[in-house]
Design a protein around this ligand. Structure first.
Ligand code: SF4
Length: 450
């Protein structure tokens, strides 16, 4: 070992996974690299040696470190605290960040020496300097960064087993749906990275498959549309040969030219938050764009996307206040019988930092409040609140029945045939079918399907 190597400090970054929810790792294609940790690694000076312990692939085992950085989604918060405590017992300082620690910073601070609230880039160097001088101090508040300052992640810290590379082209959302914490975390202003930066980053990827993690890759308004178009055209011009999926608002279907270039650039599936097929439920969660179009426009949306050879992954929520048993069975039938290709069925979940959480807490309707232990239940598959129009047991029973109906293998095979007919694309069909099978496997692993 060289003296230089010996003099380096060791930064250990940790991506914890909810043990109960490890069913989500049943297929390598349903795991995605922790982008935030990769970005922190790239912002860490050379006098630190950086490694990633990633529970997506192996359960945590202790590695010595001078500083530990842990991120976590809410459902893995408890696991993050467990690991943080192991290091702190050894006298190793721990800094936590990411969406859960940002939304529950006081709680996280009980388990860490420091907590970064919000986007960490603007304060990361300060955190490292303070750690080095033994002066880590409580809360650090990250700024919402100008998009041209977003660094690409250091991808060499990720496992080679990740099928998809995660790439971010924008941050922020002006829409503020009741159940979502994106606006609180990334702000209302939609910030798009310069197209050339994203194209340069894409050219460095070894993975052929890409997931654009943006909440809405097309954004809103004419200038966002122009930049999305430039991105897709740039991918074609540079001969990238990637196949990818992304998330977008329902408005993506309004623009045939954008869809056409997305498909030519390798887009095979678009995730759209449909949430519900009825107006009352959409009003309840403030899903403004869907409301503006009207729920009857969904089929037209699917048709337009299919016409470009792209499949649709529709996300649906079960358990809103206006959901009666009839409405839920109707929603499941809509999922099965409409031309949506892949289907995500989640249970309404009040995540911390959302207006939904605040409302249900005020109304004393949270079923699990022994935090932080009970965060493990907040994984989008379980019922964690008392519904308005029926007892919890009844809603849970209906969700299970609907899950059985939606992910029945015959349904999924029929869907795949239909996707091939409507998109004319074998790749788009494979994307959608595999996604459905992943969700089915998750249901089997978690016991919501038998
Ligand atoms: S659900 Fe989507 S549209 Fe609504 S606030 Fe979150 S990111 Fe924005």
């Amino acid at each position: 070992m060289s003296p230089k190597r010996l003099s380096k400090k060791r930064l250990t970054l940790i991506n914890p996974v909810n043990n109960v929810r490890s069913g989500f790792a049943v297929n390598p294609s349903s795991r995605f690299p922790p982008l935030g940790l990769g970005i922190l690694a790239s912002l860490t000076p050379d006098d630190w040696e950086v490694e990633l312990l990633d529970e997506n692939f192996a359960p945590f085992s202790y590695r010595d470190a001078d500083l530990v950085g842990i991120t976590a989604f809410t459902s893995a918060a408890n696991r993050a605290y467990e690991i943080a405590s192991i290091y702190r017992d050894q006298g190793v300082p721990v800094v936590m960040g990411g969406i859960h620690a940002s939304m529950c910073s006081d709680e996280a601070l009980r388990f860490a020496d420091a907590v970064v609230v919000g986007e960490a880039e603007s304060v990361w160097r300060q955190v490292l300097a303070d750690a080095q001088s033994g002066r880590l101090r409580g809360l650090y508040h990250g700024q919402w960064l100008d998009p041209d300052r977003v660094a690409p992640p250091r991808r060499d810290i990720y496992s080679d087993e990740y099928v998809f590379a995660s790439v971010q082209t924008s941050r922020g959302c002006p829409l503020d749906c009741e159940f979502c914490s994106v606006t609180a975390y990334n702000g209302r202003r939609y910030r798009r990275r310069p197209v050339a930066d994203v194209l340069d980053e894409l050219e460095t990827l070894n993975n052929e498959m890409v997931f654009f993690v943006d909440d809405n890759i097309i954004g809103n308004g004419a200038s966002c549309r122009k930049q999305a178009l430039e991105l897709f055209q740039g991918m074609v011009a540079r001969g990238m040969n990637k196949t990818w999926f992304c998330q977008a608002s329902i408005s993506v279907a309004d623009d045939a030219e954008v869809l056409d270039w997305a498909a030519r650039a390798g887009c095979r599936m678009i995730f759209i938050g449909i949430e519900a097929e009825d107006i009352g439920a959409l009003t309840e969660v403030n899903k403004r764009l869907n409301l503006k179009k009207g729920a009857s426009a969904y089929q037209e949306t699917f048709d337009r996307i299919h016409a470009s050879g792209i499949s649709v992954l529709g996300a649906f929520i079960f358990g809103m206040d206006s959901d009666t048993p009839e409405a839920l069975f109707r929603r499941a039938e809509f999922m099965v019988n409409s031309d949506v290709d892949a289907m995500q069925l989640t249970t309404m979940t009040p995540l911390p930092g959302t207006r939904l959480f605040q409302r249900l807490e005020e109304e004393e309707r949270l079923l699990y409040t022994n935090f932080p232990n009970d965060w493990a239940h907040y994984d989008l598959t379980k019922l964690v609140h008392r519904p308005k129009s029926m007892p919890p047991d009844e809603l849970w029973d209906i969700i299970r029945q609907c899950t059985e109906r939606v992910y029945d293998l015959r349904t999924l095979k029929t869907k795949a045939k239909r996707t091939l007919e409507t998109t004319g694309s074998m790749e788009a069909t494979e994307f959608a079918y595999r996604t459905n099978i992943n969700y089915r496997n998750i249901g089997l692993a978690l016991g919501t399907l038998v």
